[in-house]
Design a protein around this ligand. Structure first.
Ligand code: PEP
Ligand code: MG
Length: 325
């Protein structure tokens, strides 16, 4: 099977009826970029930068971060590289950063909320990213955005940091796209308004499912509610894709669902532009898309959105959308 997938290495990601998508990899450390390339990834769709902050005793300096971001961008040789700013809190804690105990950490002071509060920490990361931007095709993405005000504030800080660097005589790329994760239902519902102000959107289904079904993603007892094919999730995903396209923006997905064999035909039919997944899934996904006709799949979307459960959708997809051509 592995040998069969090998033929898709270095090939474009394209459906049987000629529709192009991007299949990218998720990474946590700079070295993971090599694995994405070995697996034929079209880019990096999510660099989870919190790993640079974990397993240490102090904050990483601007210089340390610069070296890491530069190395990823150089390895990727001009391929799109989406770097997500610090997404700490929730299940991820930093021992050296004082973070209060919270009743509901997943609903608490995390990710962009923390960065907009601790602007020194945020600005250090943005300085490192902007300085590294000239070494590749950098796209900056903010996590856990809930409101337009937060997105605007994050972008304003980024602009201010850029000005500061230019004043210092440092070189910064002027083609950096700035986007956000859609992983909170408020942003999925208003995706068209966010898309007006973002260069791209990337759907984070791991959190979007947790928040839509109100089920802690770490709690075994409620794991039965982790339902990627629940029509409520599919309707939200469709509204995000349509909202982004209405504004002429591209939309990706970087949650686990993007590499899921049952989800892929649905996402392809809905017009998702970029699928970002663990490196080991890339060639399998490309092979699956190569066998699929987007046009044929599209005919099923209306029906799928009228189904009433996760199980009905997976049954439908297995029966009608996953047959050999
Ligand atoms: C997500 O929420 O889907 C996501 C990609 O981010 P993380 O898993 O890092 O929360
Ligand atoms: Mg998330």
């Amino acid at each position: 099977e592995r040998a069969y997938f090998e033929q898709f290495k270095g090939e474009p990601s394209i459906s049987r009826d000629g529709h192009h998508v991007e299949i990218a990899g998720n990474i946590g450390k700079p070295e993971d970029a090599d694995i994405v390339l070995e697996n034929g990834g079209d880019g990096v769709g999510l660099f989870r930068t919190e790993f640079l902050y974990m397993d240490r005793t102090d904050l990483p300096s601007e210089e340390e971060q610069f070296v890491s971001y530069k190395s990823v961008l150089e390895k990727m040789k001009g391929k799109p590289t989406v770097v997500r700013t610090l997404d700490i809190g929730g299940d991820k804690k930093l021992p050296y950063l004082k973070m209060e105990e919270e009743m509901n950490p997943f609903l608490g002071h995390r990710a962009i909320r923390l960065c907009l509060d601790d602007t020194a920490l945020f600005r250090t990361q943005l300085r490192a990213l902007l300085r590294a931007s000239i070494y590749g095709n950098l796209k900056i993405m903010f996590p856990m955005i809930a409101t337009l005000d937060e997105f605007r504030e994050a972008k304003a800080i980024l602009e201010d940091v850029k000005k500061e660097l230019v004043t210092e005589g440092k070189e910064v790329s002027d083609t950096i796209e700035v986007g956000m994760m859609v992983e909170i239902p408020s942003t999925a519902v208003m995706a068209d308004l966010f898309a007006k102000e973002a260069d791209f959107l990337s759907i984070g289904t791991n959190d979007l499912i947790q928040y839509t079904l109100a089920a802690d993603r770490m709690n075994e007892k409620v794991s039965y509610l982790y339902q990627p094919y629940n029509p409520a999730i599919l309707r939200l995903v469709k509204s995000v894709i349509d909202g982004a396209h209405k504004e002429g923006k591209w939309v990706g997905m970087c949650g686990e669902m993007a590499g899921d064999e049952i989800a892929i035909p649905i996402l392809l039919a809905m017009g998702l532009d970029e699928f970002s997944m663990s490196a080991s899934s890339i060639l399998r996904a490309r092979a699956q898309i190569a066998k699929s006709s987007k046009e044929d799949l599209e005919k099923h979307i209306e029906k799928i959105l009228q189904l009433s459960s996760n199980k009905e959708v997976s049954g439908y997809v297995k029966q009608y959308l996953m047959k050999e051509p």
